[in-house]
Design a protein around this ligand. Structure first.
Ligand SMILES: NC(=O)c1ccc[n+]([C@@H]2O[C@H](COP(=O)([O-])OP(=O)(O)OC[C@H]3O[C@@H](n4cnc5c(N)ncnc54)[C@H](OP(=O)(O)O)[C@@H]3O)[C@@H](O)[C@H]2O)c1
Length: 274
């Protein structure tokens, strides 16, 4: 089996490779990167590294040669129209390279939103279906990192978490859990033509957030809803589905995904060590 991974130098890609090494030998993995010098650590582990640029179709066909499984990690480009073109290059190259199975990391519950980002992910899934190649859609939930936009440091120092008003509910996941689930699918069997919503089985609210934060810091932190908070994240969150749940991630992991409190604990640890 040859597992070819795009976006291998990124945060999710690196974690997936780390997890994958628990399931397969390093010589079964091919890491595709844009900057070859960023991949020395992978090569040292016996992982083949190939050049791949979503804007350079020829590089993609060469990078995907011999792939029995291609993990296509979505482009981080901020313009979804550009991303659509880049993704079309990847899908076309996968077809030309006779890839046996494409696994794509999209976004959870894309049908529930009407915005360019979710249209892009749906369009990519449809493009993959046009190839006739067996697929697996790994629809990632909102990364837990979004909480960084909430200025938790200010909340910890002032005792007030200020957020934009609304009846917010969140289903957010860690890259570590996504990586463990994706690595299991990549190296396992029985996932052909399946779509997984990689989100948690339950949601949390800002009240849950301040309660966990208070407990972890030992300082009472209260919630303050105010229109004065105008961060772009709130208009983004309003447009996507942040509250639907699924058992897919838990089933694939064979354990519950990280709780809000556990995720906050690592976040606070990182803040305190910086
Ligand atoms: N679910 C969510 O909440 C959420 C949030 C943010 C992003 N995402 C999506 O999830 C993806 C993975 O997340 P991540 O945290 O791993 O992102 P990341 O750390 O930014 O990694 C993105 C990867 O894509 C590579 N890349 C960028 N442009 C490329 C190109 N033109 N050709 C080939 N490779 C290219 C980067 O390579 P270089 O190192 O060379 O730049 C990097 O390896 C993102 O790309 C984005 O589409 C999801």
């Amino acid at each position: 089996m040859s597992i070819v991974i795009t976006g291998a130098s990124g945060r999710l890609g690196r974690l997936i490779i780390k997890e994958l090494l628990h399931h397969v030998q390093p010589d079964q993995i091919v890491a595709c990167v844009r900057q070859m010098d960023s991949a020395a650590a992978l090569e040292e582990q016996g992982i083949a590294v190939r050049f791949c640029d979503y804007d350079d179709p020829a590089s993609l066909k060469e990078a995907f040669a011999g792939a029995s499984r291609l993990l296509f990690i979505s482009s981080p480009h901020p313009d979804d129209t550009v991303r659509l073109r880049q993704h079309a290059h990847v899908v076309e190259a996968a077809k030309k390279a006779n890839v046996s199975h494409i696994l794509y990391t999209g976004f959870a519950f894309p049908e529930h939103s009407d915005m360019s980002m979710t249209h892009l992910h749906l369009a990519t899934e449809h493009a993959i279906r046009t190839t006739g190649i067996p697929y697996t859609f790994l629809r990632s939930g909102l990364y837990m990192d979004f909480i960084e936009a909430l200025d938790l440091q200010a909340a910890m120092s002032t005792g007030h978490l200020r957020v934009h008003p609304g009846s917010w509910q969140f289903n957010a996941v860690t890259r570590t859990d996504l990586a463990a689930a994706i690595a299991g699918v990549l190296s396992g069997e029985g996932h052909s033509n399946k779509t997984y919503e990689l989100v948690a089985p339950s949601v949390w609210t800002f009240n849950d957030l301040v309660s966990s934060l208070s407990e972890l810091t030992g300082t009472p932190i209260s919630l303050c809803l105010t229109n004065e908070v105008q961060h772009w994240i709130f208009s983004f969150l309003r447009k996507i589905d942040t509250s639907s749940t699924s058992g897919d991630l838990e089933n694939l992991l064979g354990r519950p995904p990280a709780s809000l409190k556990a995720s906050l604990q690592s976040y606070i640890g990182e803040v305190r060590s910086n």
